[in-house]
Ligand binder design. Structure first.
Ligand code: THU
Length: 137
């Protein structure tokens, strides 16, 4: 059981709206993300680049920050939308960022401007991962 079709539609709309606001003057590669969180709210994010290139932030990182600032603590589903023909899957660092707040089964939905193109579980993108439970309490 993953998110319902209407929830995916809502995530796609939120991610596309955020993508349009992306700050990507260097790569010109605009990315949007949206999280359906455990509180039922949708948290968007977009990439925010910087003249000091390595300081730029991915869309997924922005959506996670918005979720935490909004008071939620768990990702039920995340959708990423990017340009071009290739699948815009989260980078390695963002897979780990998602892992902090998601379960292995959590859906990671990948969209293009034309709509949803692929759906993965987080475990498919980040197998045998290290997470909060690996640390001693
Ligand atoms: N980017 C994201 O925001 N999310 C992804 O999943 C892939 C890449 C951004 C980082 C950078 O601003 C631009 O896309 C080109 O890599």
């Amino acid at each position: 059981m993953g998110p319902a079709t209407t929830e995916i539609d809502t995530l796609f709309a939120a991610a596309t709206a955020a993508q349009a606001r992306a700050y990507a003057p260097y790569s010109r590669f605009r990315v949007g993300a949206a999280i359906l969180a455990d509180d039922g709210a949708v948290y968007p994010g977009c990439n925010v680049e910087n003249a000091a290139y390595p300081v730029g932030a991915c869309a997924e990182a922005g959506a996670i920050s918005a979720m935490v600032a909004g008071g939620a603590r768990a990702i039920r589903a995340i959708l990423v939308v990017g340009p071009g023909e290739e699948l815009v899957t989260p980078c390695g660092a963002c897979r780990q960022r998602i892992r902090e707040f998601a379960a292995p089964e959590t859906p990671v939905v990948i969209a293009g401007t034309d709509g949803v193109r692929a759906r993965f579980s987080l475990a498919e993108l980040l197998p045998a991962s290290f997470g909060p439970a690996n640390l001693p309490t």
